[in-house]
Design a protein around this ligand. Structure first.
Ligand code: ADP
Ligand code: MG
Length: 336
């Protein structure tokens, strides 16, 4: 590779100026000082609170060297937006910290920043700062998002109460199956299914609009985004709320593609669906009196939501098949 094709020929400040400063759109409200000073200065609207969340993507762990940088830019922002959705916060601003080997091509940066720009505009969130450093080997992307929510109305993991119903947006497990196809060569007969499942892995849909509508309607008692797998993330809600949960496996929403994969490969695939991560769907609980509201809100925003179980007393989280708990050998993704 020629040096002039890499970022080593561009330099840190030129890189920021050419590729990242243009992502700080002037249409983003509340930025009194943006990129270019030692810190950003942001104005949180009166009566609101700031919600901040950060997520890191590491080459070799969260993505592979050859992955499409445009999609990677979009996904890096989306996984973070999903955390804001889980809190019920409106996306406002973000920081980007890049640790990049000098051999990274200018093309890669260009495509990556183009992906960030596309989704930044789509979701109404503007870049307000970051950090750019060199790396000896792996590329590391850290995004920190900031959102605003009406004081006291964010949706926490700790709000679930006994008797609440458990809801899930979209479909579960597509991302885990798409990843298994991508990394482990999982055989998927239909090319349409392969494309669909891979796309669900590469470009998750953060449920921002649904989450905001649910907060607006005051219907959610607790929420989390499914990043580590349904079993693990439901357990997080239960631990924080000091409750248990019973989920009916037959009620879990699956895509037609996922159904076909489970049918042809057998029950291990169901384990993947239940415990695999990166769906970025919204898992939330609702008091019985508010259940009717959920359907109306879901319809209004055009997102399918499905009731999958109940919050119970105690601390057990069971996924049941015909009333009996399924034994899952893996409880979800952990790093260590
Ligand atoms: P300092 O040395 O004071 O930390 P930097 O040179 O790191 O300042 O950054 C200069 C400006 O560029 C800051 O406003 C910072 O937020 C911004 N910046 C640096 N890297 C990025 C990036 N990857 N994306 C967006 N803004 C960045
Ligand atoms: Mg710095």
């Amino acid at each position: 590779m020629k040096k002039e094709d890499t970022i080593a020929s561009v330099g840190e400040f030129e890189l920021i100026k050419s590729y990242f400063t243009p992502l700080s759109s002037s249409e983003i409200a509340g930025v009194t000082v943006g990129i270019g000073d030692d810190g950003a200065q942001l104005a949180v609207p009166e009566g609101q609170e700031l919600v901040v969340s950060t997520d890191t993507l590491v080459e070799g762990i969260h993505f592979s060297k050859g992955d499409d940088p445009y999609l990677l830019g979009r996904k890096s922002l989306r996984v973070n937006l999903s955390d804001l959705a889980a809190m019920g916060a409106l996306p406002c601003w973000y920081f980007l910290s890049l640790t990049i080997p000098p051999t990274t091509t200018v093309d890669w940066i260009n495509e990556f920043s183009r992906g960030l720009k596309a989704d930044g505009e789509d979701f109404g969130i503007g870049l307000v700062g970051g950090d750019t450093t060199g790396s000896k080997k792996a590329l590391v992307i850290t995004i920190t998002v900031m959102g605003c929510v009406e004081k006291g109305s964010s949706t926490l993991r700790s709000g679930a109460r006994v008797g609440d119903r458990i809801f899930l947006s979209g479909t579960l497990g597509d991302s885990a199956l798409g990843l298994a196809y991508h990394l482990e060569n999982l055989k998927i007969a239909s090319s349409d299914d392969r494309i669909y499942l891979l796309k669900r892995h590469q470009l998750p849909e953060p449920r921002v609009v649904l989450a905001l509508a649910l907060v607006d309607g005051g219907v959610t008692s607790a929420a989390i985004d499914v990043s580590d797998g349904l079993t693990a993330d439901l357990a997080h809600i239960c631990a924080a709320s000091k409750v248990g949960a019973e989920v009916d496996v037959e009620k879990i929403p699956l895509s037609a593609a996922a159904k076909r994969v489970i049918k042809s490969h057998g029950p291990e695939m169901l384990t993947k669906v239940l415990t695999g991560g990166e769906d970025y769907e919204l898992l939330f609980t609702v008091a019985p009196a508010m259940v009717a509201e959920v359907a109306a809100i879901a319809e209004k925003v055009g997102v399918v939501v499905t009731e999958i179980g109940d919050i119970t007393a105690g601390s057990k989280v069971n996924i049941n098949k015909q009333g009996k708990p399924i034994n899952l050998d893996s409880a979800g993704w952990t790093h260590f």
